[in-house]
Design a binder for this molecule. Structure first.
Ligand code: HAM
Length: 419
């Protein structure tokens, strides 16, 4: 038997109900905040991700699904959506009419990580990105919007972790301090961090190896070296979050795994998922649009781990019974199948959830099937009922029966079933 590959999974009927509810809740909320949906391809040129996420990140170094297509072009299954959103913003000159653009997108991402609870190789994200606004108010608003989504979904056990990574003015000084600190702790660092120490010292703060965690406990924080503008920016974000009662903490070592961030970065964390504590993450990426060939344009965004969100929401809710058909039509004998089929699809077209059998089994076994499907009504349409122009309609809840005319069955059923 052929099965799914490791880290990939089916999201089965029944389970998809919750996915749809969350999707609807998120898009309704985002649209109230002025966001529009964008749909982006799942494959892009490898270079797009290497240049934006950063060459010396875990994602680019070891997690991307990259391949050469038949012409030899180097392509990658997208590990995230921000780079594609930026590419699209530039490619379609979305900034031309109005530099401010608010986009959201929902879809699968691919990272070849070690699968475990809450971590898959194909996973889904709900992304929101804002282009063209430098104001700290928008940083606070993105976190507010995330917070509101989680509240609407009934989640209370979540905390926003917020930090500032500084800007090209103050970051170099912080990096110098960090590099000096790392040099003094070199012996305790893992081989990955030792290798990246000079190229990308920030990544070491993100390392999960216990030795590195211990060695870096007192590492300098970007917060200690913010320039005046970054300090003001961060203070406004914090003040506004307080004013709007968003529960957050300042997490001075929150650096996140992608290189494009500057100033505010944030993560929404939970204790409900074991090691995979981040349900959402994001931040400012003010330099990226220009780095990828667009005009200077500030930007900020976040991505929610959809699979993780579903997991914690489903821990709170009991699974709904599958919605059974409103009507199950039983045909008995070859002669009634055509009439049954025409009636059944006629009702489907009128918005009545109707199922039928195709006359293969006994009345008794079909009544059993109707019960199993949780059908609310059954219509018995045997040759005898057709001959006498009296179809039997049975209410499966109170077990009462009535007859309806075969000639006008569609209209009678619409009335009786309340349509
Ligand atoms: P990220 O932190 O790499 O950020 O991913 C965002 C969220 O996706 C994570 O917090 C997590 O919930 C979920 N996630 C990541 N990897 C996996 C996985 N293997 N399995 C299940 N869920 C996963 C980004 O992707 C940025 N593009 C976010 C962003 C948007 N920044 C600005 N705009």
């Amino acid at each position: 038997m052929i099965q799914t590959i490791r880290g990939f999974r089916d999201i089965l009927p029944g389970d998809t109900d919750l996915w749809q509810t969350i999707e609807k809740t998120a898009s309704a909320l985002f649209e109230d905040f002025g966001f529009q949906e964008i749909r982006l391809p799942v494959i892009e040129k490898t270079e797009l991700f290497a240049r934006s996420i950063g060459e010396a990140t875990d994602i680019v170094e070891k997690e991307m699904y990259t391949f050469a297509d038949r012409k030899g072009d180097k392509l990658t299954l997208r590990p995230e959506a921000t780079a594609s959103a930026v590419r699209s913003y530039i490619q379609h000159k979305m900034y031309a009419a109005d530099p401010v653009k608010k986009l959201y997108t929902i879809g699968p991402m691919f990272r070849r990580e070690r699968p475990q609870k809450g971590r898959y190789r194909q996973f889904y994200q709900i992304n929101a990105e804002v282009f063209g606004i430098a104001s700290p108010y928008i940083d606070a608003q993105m976190i507010l919007m995330l917070n509101e989504l989680f509240q609407r979904l009934g989640l209370t056990d979540l905390k926003a972790h917020v930090n500032s990574l500084g800007c090209p003015r103050c970051r170099p000084e912080f990096q110098k301090a960090l590099t000096a600190f790392l040099a003094s702790k070199k012996e305790g660092l893992c081989s990955n961090c030792t290798r990246r120490m000079d190229k990308n010292p920030l990544r070491t703060l993100d390392c999960k190896a216990p030795g590195c965690r211990e060695a870096l406990a007192d590492a300098p924080s970007p917060l200690d070296r913010l320039c005046e503008k970054c300090t003001d920016h961060f203070n406004t974000v914090k003040t506004v979050l307080d004013q709007q009662n968003v529960d957050f903490i300042v997490d001075k070592n929150l650096v996140r795994g992608l290189d494009y961030y500057s100033r505010t970065d944030f993560e929404i964390q939970t204790s409900a998922l074991g090691a995979q504590s981040a349900v959402a993450g994001g931040g400012r990426y003010d330099a990226l649009v220009q780095e990828l060939g667009g005009p200077p344009s500030p930007a900020i965004g976040f991505a929610i781990g959809f699979d993780r969100l579903v997991e914690i929401v489903s821990q709170l809710t009991t699974k709904q019974e599958a919605r059974g058909p409103e009507l199950f039509i039983i045909t008995v004998g070859a002669g009634s199948i055509e009439k049954g089929y025409l009636l059944s699809s006629g009702l489907n077209l009128k918005g009545v959830r109707t199922e039928m059998d195709f006359g293969q089994r006994s009345l008794k076994s079909l009544m059993k099937r109707a019960d199993k499907l949780h059908a609310r009504h059954v219509l018995i349409m045997g040759e005898e009922e057709l001959d006498t122009n009296a179809l039997v309609l049975r209410n499966m809840t109170d077990r009462t029966q009535t007859t309806i005319s075969a000639d006008d069955a569609l209209n009678e059923l619409l009335t009786r079933l309340g349509h």
